[in-house]
Write a protein that binds this ligand. Structure first.
Ligand code: ZN
Length: 134
């Protein structure tokens, strides 16, 4: 079951360029930075209540985020919903003929399992399902 929004991912060319808006203008708390080698991205994570805003900067030209920025420019990249049963939810989506990018959950940043749904099935919004491990 989907229980809440976990985070919103925003693609940026440079974390340093965009951190001041979230930290100094909106006044959000910067709760961490992380490199996700798998996705070739650097992240800066802000807290807004229970929701996190994740800025995503590509670390290489072949990063999925680099390709996204090349095609569509900087901006909203994905919405991540939290699930209390990611395997069960993915099976349910499949039954409803939703196109999955990840058939099986895979490790994400900050101790999570994640899976993406294809934008073709979601009104062009890249949609992530995630579950915090443990
Ligand atoms: Zn995400």
């Amino acid at each position: 079951m989907i229980t809440k929004i976990n985070h919103i991912g925003i693609a940026v060319r440079s974390l340093e360029e965009h951190i001041p808006f979230y930290r100094d203008v909106l006044g959000l708390r910067l709760i961490g930075r992380e490199e996700v080698a798998d996705q070739k991205v650097k992240t800066a994570i802000f807290a807004v209540g229970e929701v996190r805003i994740e800025l995503l900067e590509p670390m290489a030209q072949d990063s999925p985020i680099a390709k996204f920025i090349e095609k569509r420019g900087e901006g909203m990249h994905h919405i991540a919903y939290e699930s209390d049963d990611i395997e069960g939810d993915l099976a349910g989506f499949k039954n409803k003929h939703i196109q999955l990018i990840d058939e099986q959950p895979r490790p994400g940043a900050h101790n999570t399992l994640i899976a993406f749904l294809h934008p073709n099935s979601t009104g062009k919004v890249l949609t992530e399902i995630c579950r915090t491990k443990g």
